[in-house]
Design a protein around this ligand. Structure first.
Ligand code: TMP
Length: 209
């Protein structure tokens, strides 16, 4: 095997990605497969500093283009410093959000369009996920799961913004059917876990076992 496995989780805010990532952590640990769990924006020291700037509610005057470029900058650092070396060492990388978040939030949500894909393809330098789970949940329900006082700068955006993001996600998934797995995230967390692990086991068979 010449490369590990790159798994990303995507979805609206409050769609339950963190819970499923915790299940994946337990699963890979039990299988004895070395796994890196990471997130975006962030994942490196520089990326986490950028995360603070991007999500800080005090930065309400940040322009959309600066926002898109900061996410891409965090991603470039993440790929170069952590994700590529881990994959080259044959590890599994599980990332909470990646390029599709930028296409959905900045491309569709902020209406920056295809430029977002272009700058992010530059940022990831060919390092794309092998499989992407899209946790599908209506933004109204997702948003209602996050208390308003702890919502970050993006989460506190109007529902119209989140609806555009969600519609964008579903379009992207249709565009890359070979990579995307659409998961109904309105169900209970153990049923969702079962669906995700079934997919992972199919991929792992013959690769790691
Ligand atoms: P998180 O709450 O899932 O950690 O993500 C932080 C917020 O940043 C979330 O509202 C989604 C948003 N986001 C983007 O707008 N573009 C991106 O490229 C990424 C990675 C996240």
């Amino acid at each position: 095997m010449d490369r590990g496995l790159f798994i990303t989780l995507e979805g609206p805010d409050g769609s339950g990605k963190s819970t499923q990532i915790e299940y994946l952590r337990e699963y890979f640990h039990d299988q004895g497969i070395e796994t890196i769990l990471t997130r975006e924006p962030g994942g490196t020291e520089i990326g986490e500093k950028l995360r603070e700037i991007i999500l800080d509610k005090a930065n309400s005057d940040m322009c959309d283009m600066a926002e898109a470029l900061l996410y891409a900058a965090s991603r470039a650092q993440h790929v170069k410093q952590l994700i590529k070396p881990a994959l080259e060492a044959g590890k599994v990388v599980v990332c909470d959000r990646f390029i599709d978040s930028s296409i959905a939030y900045q491309g569709y949500g902020r209406k920056l369009g295809d430029a977002v894909r272009v700058i992010n393809e530059f940022a990831v330098d060919g390092c794309m996920p092998d499989i992407t789970f899209l946790l599908e949940l209506s933004p109204e329900i997702g948003k209602s799961r996050i208390k308003s006082e702890i919502q970050d700068r993006l989460e506190q955006e109007k529902i119209e913004f989140h609806n555009r993001v969600y519609a964008g996600y579903r379009e992207i998934a249709k565009f890359y059917p070979q990579r995307f797995v659409e998961i109904d995230a309105g169900r209970d967390k153990l049923t969702i876990k079962k669906d995700i692990l079934e997919c992972i086991e199919k991929i792992l068979t013959g690769r790691f076992f």
